[in-house]
Design a protein around this ligand. Sequence first.
Ligand SMILES: Cc1ncc(COP(=O)(O)O)c(C=O)c1O
Length: 259
Amino acid sequence: MSRLASSPDPKAAVCASAGNLGQALAHSGRVRGIGVTAVAATSANPTKIDRIRQLGATVKLVEGDIEEARQRARDIAASDNALLVEDSENLDTCEGAATIGLELIEGFDRIDTILLALGGGALATGVGHVVKSLSPTTEVVCIQPSGAPALALSWRVRSVVTTDRTDTIADGVAGRFPIAAVLQDLLAVADHVPLVEEASIKAGMRLLHRHAGLVVEPSAALGIAAILEDSSRYRGKRVASVICGSNVLPEAFSEWIRD
Ligand SMILES: Cc1ncc(COP(=O)(O)O)c(C=O)c1O
């Protein structure tokens, strides 16, 4: 990985978020006495936005989607001299995710395949880097929704591909402008980057609820969706999937998991 980690002692921090990074940064800022601003799109999941506020951060909403929020966060960082924490670009976000990889590799004697949701790429590159360093024979599979495929398409052609819009219930991974340095890291660690359909994401959420009693948000079901769409690839293998979020409105969840 080629990017630098952030300065250790900021007074204020700002991030753009679909909701989960904002909560993490709000919590971290509160513990450290750092004022946090999270910028989100007006269309962002209201549960996630409320939780960011409850954790003490200021929330600014912008028209558009996560890409407009990213631009506003950069502007705020420049005007307020705040630390910009950009998901996946800032190495700290990748290293935080990478600890999941350490837990997985240390916790099991053998994992043939690891399934990871792919948004900006922090989770996939962080965990993927650990896995390829400590267990090089483990296959790293990174999954995006067909409705938000920018980084997956970029991985396939080995060059940044942007998209005009996203259309998926998996809001946590729905970006349009991949970061070139993150793509380079993804090219180094990912073995396979499939796209999955919305129906499979819902089916994955349903299965996790029925068989494991888990309430997960759509992005967290991408790994199960990948298995459902390509079961022969995984048959007979010891497969781990990171279930990476549960911030979902109860009404939306009930609707999505209905048969
Ligand atoms: C629910 C959920 N899953 C997965 C991810 C992984 O996304 P990224 O590739 O940006 O690390 C995120 C990122 O915020 C998320 O909120």
